[in-house]
Design a protein around this ligand. Structure first.
Ligand code: PMP
Length: 308
């Protein structure tokens, strides 16, 4: 019996499917220099039969992976079709037929930083969507971290590099220690930045507002999608601008968005209860629209789906 990683017996490593327990690298590798992606594949409601999974926003995630590599001086020795074939092979080897999380990881080898390892682990996840799911409405108490988000003049947040998650880890651990569920970061100027693994959005006077890329955020695929469909399809005015900490307290609604957490409502920030109804009506509308998009129920967004 081999050890499984998050229930996955196989992963793809450096060009082939291998047993998870064989996916080994030397302790001498400079793993702190690695980059990665976080992607999801959802069971498609519009496709007949079992096991019809489609990757959501594959192209956008691949573009960011290559951007991260460019920022951190890494060269990916495969094109994105090779990675997609690798992903298909690993999904088949694991016989996954329900929703999966995909985390391509890349890091330089000790002997030659231009020569990288590429690994694609996959594992199952449970979604908290749609908004009728009781998990969605769970109260989530957040604090503003005493740690600032890594900034572009020190460690660029636009690269999805493991190093940035040491910063996230400090904030998440501080929040747990203080009895909160998790944390929101301010940037090095004192404006609202993002969560430890997701972007933040607020609703104020019926408008959706989210910080700009220059507020030390990761250029989120989900945020980009929301900035398109929220004004255009849902008719909700949307602004990208700096947010002050006090606007988190004064907001009608606060939520996080990202591939992993999808749409995650926040019920209080620094023990100040957000808005009235929880989760708020705008958060619910966005969450439910997104949950239709990812399972292929909206024709307009099928182009975002890549069948496995
Ligand atoms: N910010 C951080 C720090 C993240 O880790 C993530 C998750 N990748 C996001 C934002 C959201 O990005 P995306 O929508 O591309 O998943």
């Amino acid at each position: 019996m081999s050890a499984a990683f998050n229930g996955a017996k196989f992963c793809w490593m450096d060009g082939k499917v291998v047993e998870t327990e064989q996916a080994l690298v030397s302790a001498m590798e400079p793993i702190y220099l690695g980059i990665f992606e976080g992607i999801k594949a959802y069971k498609q409601e519009h496709l007949e039969g079992e096991g019809k999974l489609s990757v959501f926003s594959w192209d956008q995630h691949m573009e960011r992976l290559w951007r991260s590599a460019a920022i951190d001086g890494l060269k990916i020795p495969y094109n994105r079709n090779v990675l997609l074939d690798g992903l298909r092979a690993v999904v088949m080897a694991n016989d996954f037929k329900s929703n999966i999380y995909i985390q391509p990881r890349i890091w330089p080898r000790a002997e030659d930083h231009e020569n990288v390892h590429v690994v694609i682990p996959v594992w199952k996840f449970n979604t908290i969507l749609p908004s009728t799911n009781p998990e969605f409405s769970k109260k989530r108490r957040y604090m503003v971290s005493s740690w600032r988000r890594v900034s572009s003049d020190a460690l660029p947040p636009q690269a999805k590099s493991w190093a940035n998650y040491a910063n996230s880890n400090l904030a998440a651990r501080e929040a747990k220690r203080c009895g909160y569920d998790s944390a929101l970061f301010l940037d090095n100027r004192g404006f609202v930045s993002e969560g430890t693994g997701a972007c933040v959005m607020i609703v104020r006077d019926g408008r959706l507002i989210t910080p700009p890329v220059t507020a030390s955020i990761l250029e989120s695929v989900t945020r980009g999608l929301f900035l398109g469909f929220v004004p255009l399809d849902l008719g909700i005015p949307t602004e990208v601008r700096d947010l002050t900490r006090s606007e988190l307290y004064a907001a009608e609604e606060v939520f996080l968005c990202g591939t992993g957490g999808e749409v995650t409502p926040i019920s209080s920030v620094d023990d100040i209860v957000v808005g009235g109804e929880y989760p708020g009506p705008v958060t619910r509308r966005i969450a439910d629209y997104y949950s239709e998009i990812i399972v292929g129920n909206l024709d307009k967004y099928r182009c975002r789906l890549t069948n496995l």
